[in-house]
Design a binder for this molecule. Structure first.
Ligand code: OAD
Length: 283
């Protein structure tokens, strides 16, 4: 274990020491945020590129924005869905998925708890994933509440070629009856993206599942998140306060960096493959 006695001490960046702890861990939680997808070309929230037209995501990702202008909010999500068609998992997603596959026969568990809605962990092959903020490729009916996977492109005819991100683009003003509608017979309600918006609570079942994994983990990695959005920003500090080793992988310090045992500064696609590679002790 690295030498980090006081909470305020700088975390270690000793990869050899981290690897010794990784070799022994039986239940690993990997918490991820937008930074894990940055090397796939998916813009992060708080970096440059967080704008669509003249709005920040935080303005459109709200129940009020959807109630006020569902056409505009659907254009925004349609754009984000279409962008993902040209993006692929990167070395960080792949290292996580490979690690889960490799450790499973050793009765060692890897669980991804992600704030991302881009579906890239699944596409990389991870199986045990808890999506805290939902998924871009799922819809929820506002009337019957049915949740469905939807990979259609475009999601409805009226959105074809819409969603242009340029600030000069004109709002498509699609009539609500032409926006995505529920396919359950007799329903036909308006669909919304199955994502958690600002001002909305996280799904309690999802939170409970995350809590269970966090409670029993014996190693935690926190990757590519600014750690400023509740409740996810508290997960890793809470694990660290139990005396469990937490390693942060980020391009920069975050408000919680000094709570952790390790901090590996730099692109996740560079450090994670090294951190999660096969150990000599593995068969
Ligand atoms: P942010 O955009 O807030 O933070 C991204 C973090 O990734 C920053 O700390 C960057 O330094 C780091 N980063 C960038 N590139 C990286 C790389 N290649 N390798 C490692 N780290 C890198 O994104 P989140 O923390 O995920 O919520 O944001 C949390 C939530 O706030 C989102 O899920 C979203 C947003 O508002 C909702 O939509 C509900």
């Amino acid at each position: 274990m690295a030498d980090k006695t006081a909470k305020s001490a700088r975390p270690s960046s000793d990869m050899t020491a981290f690897r010794k702890e990784f070799a022994k861990a039986k239940s690993i939680v990997i918490l991820t945020g937008a930074g894990v997808s940055a090397e796939s070309g998916v813009p992060t929230f708080r970096g440059a590129g967080g704008f669509w037209r003249k709005w920040q995501a935080q303005t459109l990702a709200t129940p009020e924005a959807f109630a006020d202008n569902p056409s505009l909010v659907w254009e925004f999500y349609h754009y984000r869905r279409e962008v993902m068609a040209s993006k692929y998992p990167n070395k960080a997603h792949e290292a996580i998925a490979e690690c889960e596959r490799r450790l499973k026969p050793q009765n060692r568990k890897v669980t991804v708890i992600t704030q991302n809605i881009d579906g890239l962990h699944k596409r990389a092959g991870s199986d045990s994933i808890i999506e805290l903020h939902g998924n871009l490729f799922k819809t929820r009916c506002v009337k019957c509440k049915d949740v469905a996977v939807n990979n259609d492109s475009p999601i409805c005819e009226a959105l074809r070629d819409k969603g242009e991100p340029d600030p000069s683009a004109v709002d498509a003003k699609i009539p609500v009856e032409n926006l995505p509608r529920c396919k359950i017979s007799g329903c036909g309600g308006l669909l919304r993206p199955h994502v958690v918006w600002f001002g909305e609570a996280l799904n309690t079942e999802v939170l409970d599942r995350a809590g269970e994994e966090l409670d029993k983990c014996d190693l935690c990695l926190v990757v590519g998140t600014s750690s400023v959005v509740y409740p996810a920003c508290m997960f890793a500090p809470n694990v660290a306060s139990r005396g469990i080793t937490v390693a942060e992988f980020n391009m920069e310090d975050t408000p919680v960096t000094n709570e952790f045992m390790y901090h590996f500064q730099g692109p996740a696609g560079e450090h994670l493959p090294a951190a999660l590679a096969k150990c000599d002790t593995e068969k």
